[in-house]
Design a protein around this ligand. Sequence first.
Ligand SMILES: [Zn+2]
Ligand SMILES: [Zn+2]
Length: 300
Amino acid sequence: MSEKWATAAWHGISLRVPTDWSLVGVSGDEKKGYMRVDGPIASALEVRWSTAGGRPPNLMAKGREFLSTLEKGARKKPFKFTSKIKQEGDAVRFEWKADRIGQGPLAYCAQCDRVLIAQMVSPRDEDVSKIARVVLDSMRDHRSDGWTSWALYGLEFAVPKGYAIEKHSLMSGYLSLAFKNRGKRLIVERWGLAETMLGGDSLADWYRKDILPDIKGFRTEIIEDRIGEHQGLRVTGTAAGIKQTLKTAAASLTLHPNPTKLTGYAWWCEASNRLFSVRATHLDGEEVAEIVRDFIKCHN
Ligand SMILES: [Zn+2]
Ligand SMILES: [Zn+2]
């Protein structure tokens, strides 16, 4: 196989997929959700997850239930629905055939208390069996360091415990994932066509125009800085303004103090012609933006 591989990850559930496969649909949250990664022709990978409720589920029963739902959906179609299911170690594997073919595992992770059902669905005449094996065998639902993986369109990183996704934009030309951890925010963005975006302006000019207006309640300073081998910026901010002062005063009486600092990094990766920005609001001494920045491999 001469495929190049990347990671697709959502809510910590990660799989290796060929680089020309794209995460096109996501829904739900970390407890119950769905993600779909489409191949370049007509195949697709689907992953569903749901909380088990603190007890190991009967995966065989869940698998049969899943197949019977698929069979009901296939009833009106001209193809006969056939399926197989078997226990394989801790997991259950199934395959089915109708107007399309599908295969995949069901697995349970006791640590995350999640049941995962993944399947590779393809037309009857498209042979994806080799890719399917690699993709499905690569499925993980948590990292060993306790952080949560997120990955799409070649942008891969992880966020610390406590950060939940709040908003996202999944266009290959503009990716944005915004996370929230009580009062703290973490925003990771990537733009394609960097040269067009900059339009001859300096990186700092672009940042002032495109990003600073979204930063509210912080007095910021932009400093030109190398980020790895790239031309980049470091942005620092301190909570400012009456609203922030009141919020901070109110929050200081609770267990969850309001962030008083902002740290951001932005850089221009010429090799990939992309712009990257990572910024976080945080407490004094926290280095979330630095760690997330260091996860990102912007070019090969
Ligand atoms: Zn897990
Ligand atoms: Zn780069």
